[in-house]
Design a protein around this ligand. Structure first.
Ligand SMILES: NC(=O)c1ccc[n+]([C@@H]2O[C@H](COP(=O)([O-])OP(=O)(O)OC[C@H]3O[C@@H](n4cnc5c(N)ncnc54)[C@H](OP(=O)(O)O)[C@@H]3O)[C@@H](O)[C@H]2O)c1
Length: 243
């Protein structure tokens, strides 16, 4: 353990990037609460990672569910990681009703989990010193339909959050991953051709790993990062430069 154990909440902490984030904090002795809709997945992750990890099953897109589970969240939150999200809905055919439904779905599952969880936990954030880190996407800077648009909404929302929390000594930042392999996001392992294509899009010649994103989150959550707020930090191996 390094220093004093912190209370960390990681949404989507049962799989992929969120799991790696939870593992990183737990390995340094922090108390980690992981959230997701599937209780069994969360339980399995908590058991296999070991450490001080507590699963809470909740659909973070549903305000009433967030309110119902509030008493299972820790009373004090030093680090909140808004990582839950899902792949965008393909451009639908079938008229405007289908278009509206697809956009609503992407908003509900990528923006609302961060907004609702943060609003619910605001009173419990450590002041000063609390940290909010949200996981965005390269798609927000490059396009990609409704998914890119809703991930861009997180960047705009983070500005407001940083403005609200700054006077209390709490920072709010976004980590913006490029392609990350080894998660459930794409619903299965990529083909070798797809992996190769993704690797060639980077400057460092490899795909992103959940641990790469966890390292960026750990930095922004650290006491040393207390002068950085309202920012986003790319982690994409050079797939997109300097924005
Ligand atoms: N993989 C990539 O290439 C990539 C690139 C850029 C950004 N990202 C972003 O990184 C984040 C993590 O994705 P990942 O790649 O690690 O994929 P993942 O393995 O599918 O992880 C997503 C996690 O979010 C949880 N989740 C989704 N909707 C939820 C909801 N409504 N309420 C509570 N939990 C919910 C899922 O658990 P349940 O299904 O059990 O709820 C799952 O554990 C996402 O925000 C994603 O947009 C990923």
């Amino acid at each position: 353990m390094t220093g004093t154990a912190r209370s960390v909440v990681v949404s989507g902490g049962g799989t992929g990037i969120g799991r790696a984030i939870a593992a990183r904090f737990a390995a340094q002795g922090d108390r980690v609460t992981i959230l997701g809709r599937r209780a069994g997945v969360l339980r399995e992750t908590a058991e296999s990672l070991g450490g001080d990890i507590h699963p809470v099953a909740v659909d973070l897109s549903a305000p009433e569910e967030v309110e119902r589970t509030l008493d299972q969240f820790p009373p004090r939150v030093d680090v909140l990681v808004n990582n839950a999200g899902r792949r965008g809905t393909p451009a639908p055919e079938g008229g405007l009703k289908a278009v509206a439904e697809a956009w609503r779905q992407d908003f509900d599952h990528n923006v609302l989990p961060a907004v609702l969880l943060t609003e619910a936990l605001l009173p419990r954030l450590s002041r000063p010193g609390g940290r909010v880190v949200t996981i965005g996407s390269l798609a927000a800077l490059r396009g990609n339909g409704s998914y890119g648009a809703v991930k861009a909404a997180l960047l705009a929302w983070n500005h407001t959050l940083a403005t609200r929390l700054g006077p209390d000594g709490v920072t709010a930042n976004v980590v913006v991953p490029g392609y990350v392999a080894g998660t459930e996001f794409f619903g299965g392992a990529p083909s070798e051709a797809e992996l190769d294509r993704r690797r060639r899009q980077t400057l460092v010649g490899r795909e992103g790993r959940p641990e790469d994103i966890a390292a960026a989150v750990a930095f922004l959550a650290s006491p040393e990062a207390g002068y950085i707020t309202g920012e986003f930090l790319n982690s994409n191996g050079g797939a997109l430069l300097g924005r």
